[in-house]
Structure formats: C-alpha cells, structure tokens
Design a protein around this ligand. Structure first.
Ligand SMILES: Cc1cc2nc3c(=O)[nH]c(=O)nc-3n(C[C@H](O)[C@H](O)[C@H](O)COP(=O)(O)O)c2cc1C
Length: 216
C-alpha cells in the first residue's frame, strides 16, 4: 500500500491545517470594517473552486453588505447582531440539481482541453439518471454544493485573518422572498464574514476521533 507519512510536527506546522484548526465561529465583528467589492468577489471566486457533483456549480451568492441590505436581512435572520456587525453576510444559495445544465457547465472544460468533447454525454447520462424526477436528490445536491462552497470561503477568510460564522438561524421562506430567489433556489445558509473584534470564543472541543471514526 502506498501512503503519505507525516510526522505530527509536520502536520502542526502546515499552514492550511493551522488555518483549519484555528478557525472558530465568530460572534463579534468589527462594526467599522468594510470589505471592498473586489475582496468579496475574491472570496466567492475562491469559494467556487470547491468541487460540485458533475461540475454542476449549482450555487449562487448574494453579498449583503450595505446598511440597507443588512436591515432587510436582520429581522428575518433571528435579529442576529452579527448580520448588522459583520462586513458582509453571504446568502449562500443552492440550486436544485438539473442535469440539463451539464453540457453548458462542461463546455469550458472541453474548451480548456481538459476533457474530450465525446465524454460530455457520458457525464450527462448518469447525471440524468441520478437527478431527473428525483426532487430529494436534487435538493440534497443543492445543499451539498452550497456547503462545500461555504466551507471554502470560511477557510479562505480565516487564512486572510477574517472571522466567519455559518448560520442557519433565519426564516428560509422570508429570505427566499426578500432576496428574490428563483423557484429552484434554496437559501442553504447565511455566512457572516469580516474582521473580528475581541471577545470571540476559541474553537470548541470536538468529540474524540475514536467516537466518530470507524475503520472498515
Ligand atoms: C450549519 C450551521 C449553522 C449554524 N448556525 C448558527 C447561527 O444561526 N448562529 C450562530 O451564532 N452560530 C451558528 N453556527 C455556529 C455553530 O454554533 C458553531 O460552529 C459551533 O458551536 C462550533 O463552534 P466552533 O466552530 O467555533 O468551534 C452554525 C454552524 C453551522 C455549521
């Protein structure tokens, strides 16, 4: 068997792992901090490098960052202060998986010379068998994709010294209506991002690995 061997100290000094291990959910944000539209675009660009099933990229992001937009979101997000305080709160939107989008999503991959064109139908067919007339799977994929994208933004933010918190404390129907989501779109999560102010807790202890890992 081939495997990669790392000593404990190599793992501890790895910058990516350090970013993952040091992240915590930020409650208190610097209320004066602003992220530029370019900084916000950059975070979403990094977020969209996350993988999606069949390369569907079935997601969309609304950056709520003006006082007016925050005032619209705050009352329908359990009046969580972080919505007003954080530089930006993303409405992370998952789109129901739609296999008919596969050829369009793969076109740039073929164009880039990564995938031969003849493979496109070989991706679309299994996608159709998986998702066509399968509302639960379509929805599961919306949530999965949005969650991967969110995770990538969270760790990118952390590596840039920004705090973040994913949030499920909001009225999904109200957010859907207020921010004009389409019929096939689900507000999967909110994600506050911005420079922190003091007082945030460090990362909480996790269940022991022995409790959550089994080998097969
Ligand atoms: C899906 C999800 C939804 C969450 N919703 C909220 C929320 O609405 N408000 C909040 O303050 N924190 C929320 N959190 C943050 C969790 O409470 C936090 O991640 C957890 O307590 C562990 O804390 P830590 O990551 O700082 O160790 C949410 C986290 C996740 C993953």
């Amino acid at each position: 068997m081939n495997y990669i061997s790392n000593t404990a100290s190599e793992t501890a000094s790895n910058a990516v792992i350090e970013t993952i291990l040091s992240r915590s959910a930020a409650k208190y944000f610097d209320t004066n901090a602003v992220l530029s539209d370019d900084q916000i675009r950059d975070l979403v660009r990094i977020g969209t490098s996350a993988p999606t099933s069949f390369h569907l990229q079935n997601w969309r992001f609304i950056a709520v960052r003006t006082p007016e937009a925050k005032a619209r979101l705050h009352p329908i997000a359990w009046k969580q202060p972080a919505i007003l305080d954080a530089a930006v709160t993303f409405v992370i939107i998952g789109q129901l998986a739609d296999a008919s989008t596969v050829p369009a999503r793969l076109a740039p991959v073929v164009e880039a010379g990564i995938m031969p064109a003849h493979l496109v139908p070989e991706w679309e067919a299994p996608a159709r068998s998986l998702y066509d007339n399968q509302p639960q799977r379509q929805r599961d994929e919306a949530v999965r994709s949005a969650t991967f994208g969110t995770a990538a933004i969270i760790y990118a933010a952390r590596s840039l010294g920004l705090g973040s918190t994913p949030m499920i404390g909001f009225d999904a129907e109200a957010v859907h209506r207020e921010f004009g989501l389409a019929e096939d779109e689900i507000p999967v999560m909110l994600l506050t991002v911005g420079p922190e102010r003091s007082g945030n807790w460090p990362q909480k202890p996790r269940l022991p690995v022995a409790d959550v890992l089994s080998f097969a």
